[in-house]
Design a protein around this ligand. Structure first.
Ligand code: HEM
Length: 449
């Protein structure tokens, strides 16, 4: 209640709506959430309260706050999903677990997402990236749309060997889009609302998973993908062995969907921002292209990118980190206090919603000199702990980091080796969604190099 928050600096805004109006309008400005946060930080300091989107919320920033909230020592905080996100993903999703159950689920998904396990999907991604880019030549494309199609095909194939074209892919895509748009919608469950469409699409998606799982179990179809590895090793069966450590079908489906939701928009946004920043920074593009042209020059046999080449792209890796710093795709990390604790001299009570504002950390001149400059070379030397949080940190750090980096490196390789491109609009507005994306979807014109 507002009374409980009296000791915390800040302003709760107007009755009922609180500060939601300025939060939403600033959220979609080029500066994004940063401008909302910055004015309040200047007024109240690194920890302040607000009332936005129906929730009393504490915003925090700084490396110290990052360390406390993200390492979450002794179960200090849990993840805090929007109500609609909780309903869509289901109660056994990794995002709704904490403590030992969270650790167990992380272990199960860590292996199929590990660097070595990703090797078997490399050829699919490589071919798909080259084919996607073949379609771009001498056209005007909306990068965000194209990136979204590419990343969805990759993850659909990786998880359940979905073919990149055909009716199954179309159904998967349509359902996924509805699920994704409902994720942070208003919880109004009557026909026609985003939330209602999302729940219905989720049910259709689960029916699709059920049919694939049953075909796999009956031996009707055999594949070497993420789903198969979980079915083989981790789902409950009739073998009589100890089943306590295994997943039910419900857990399996909730967590497959969680990976799709957590991995798709983020990777799409990262690829789009990366192409935008390269168009705006010709020096960086030139240096990046040099790295990739050297790969081509040094190639002894074959004409296509190889696994050992893609795992040795040091400058590209820095360009990716700088992209994630500048864009800060997930602008804040939401937590709920699981116990009382103190931060910056403020008493935080159990149950409160606390958000770590990551944009301010990524744009703090104390952490990154000249923070508005796109400069991948700042990652040449080690950076201070908890100043770069592109993939998060601690027990909830992104488990899809290797997959995301692999997709980006492959796509960038084909892009810079074969094409040049120009942005068709100068518009820095940001789409007001949970994952920050360019509002204009980044229209570009593409030509052969
Ligand atoms: C460039 C692309 C990506 C970015 C920038 C990104 C970023 C992040 C960040 C910052 C977190 C931590 C959020 C927090 O602490 O609240 C996170 C968590 C997560 N990410 Fe990613 N991610 C990306 C791609 C992926 C991919 C490809 C997958 C899976 C296929 C994935 C799956 C997840 C999952 C399941 C979590 C939750 C982990 C947990 O709660 O234990 N992400 N991601």
């Amino acid at each position: 209640s507002p009374k409980g928050l009296e000791g915390i600096p800040g302003n709760l805004g107007w009755p009922v709506v609180g500060e939601s109006k300025s939060f939403l309008s600033e959220f979609s400005s080029p500066q994004g959430i940063y401008s909302f946060i910055k004015t309040r930080q200047q007024r109240y300091g690194k920890v302040f309260k607000s009332y936005v989107l129906g929730r009393y919320t504490i915003f925090m920033t700084g490396r110290d706050a990052g360390k406390i909230l993200l390492t979450g020592k002794d179960g200090l905080v849990t993840l805090n999903l929007f109500y609609t996100g909780q309903q869509v993903l289901g109660p056994t999703s990794l995002l709704q677990q904490s403590g030992e159950e969270h650790k167990r689920l992380r272990r199960l998904i860590a292996e199929p997402l590990s660097f070595d396990s990703l090797k078997k999907y490399f050829q699919f991604m490589n071919t798909l990236a080259a084919e996607t880019l073949d379609q771009w030549l001498d056209r005007e494309v909306l990068v965000l749309e194209e990136a979204s199609t590419f990343t969805l095909k990759v993850i659909g194939n990786m998880i359940m060997s979905l073919e990149p074209t055909g009716t199954e892919q179309e159904k998967f895509r349509t359902n996924f889009k509805s699920i994704s748009s409902s994720f942070a919608s208003l919880p109004l469950k009557f026909p026609g609302t985003a939330y209602d469409r999302g729940i219905k699409a989720r049910d259709r998606m689960y029916a699709m998973f059920d049919s694939i799982i049953s075909n796999r179990r009956s031996g009707k179809s055999v594949h070497q993908d993420f789903l198969e590895s979980l079915i083989q090793k981790h789902t409950k069966n009739d073998s009589g062995e100890d089943q306590d450590d295994k997943l039910t079908d419900k857990q399996l489906k909730d967590n497959i969907l969680t990976l799709l939701v957590a991995g798709h928009d983020t990777t799409t946004a990262a690829l789009t921002w990366l192409i935008k920043f390269l168009a705006e920074n010709p020096d960086v593009l030139e240096r990046l292209r040099k790295e990739h042209m050297e790969i081509l020059d040094n190639r002894k046999t074959g004409s296509s990118l190889t696994w050992s080449e893609v795992t040795n792209m040091p400058y590209t890796t820095k360009v990716i980190s700088e992209t994630l710093r500048m864009a800060t795709i997930l602008p804040w990390y939401s937590r709920k206090a699981a116990q009382d604790f103190q931060i910056n001299g403020c008493d935080i009570k159990k149950g409160w919603a606390v958000n770590l504002d990551v944009v301010s950390i990524h744009h703090d001149p104390e952490n990154f000199r000249d923070p508005e400059k796109f400069d991948p070379s700042r990652f040449d030397s080690p950076i201070k702990p908890f100043s770069y949080l592109g993939f998060g940190s601690g027990p909830r750090m992104c488990p899809g980091i290797n997959l995301a980096k692999l997709e980006l490196c492959i796509f960038v390789h084909h892009l810079v080796c074969r094409y040049k491109w120009t942005a068709l609009e100068k518009d820095d507005s940001v789409h007001a969604t949970l994952v920050r994306m360019p509002k204009n979807k980044l229209p570009i014109k593409v030509e052969a190099l």
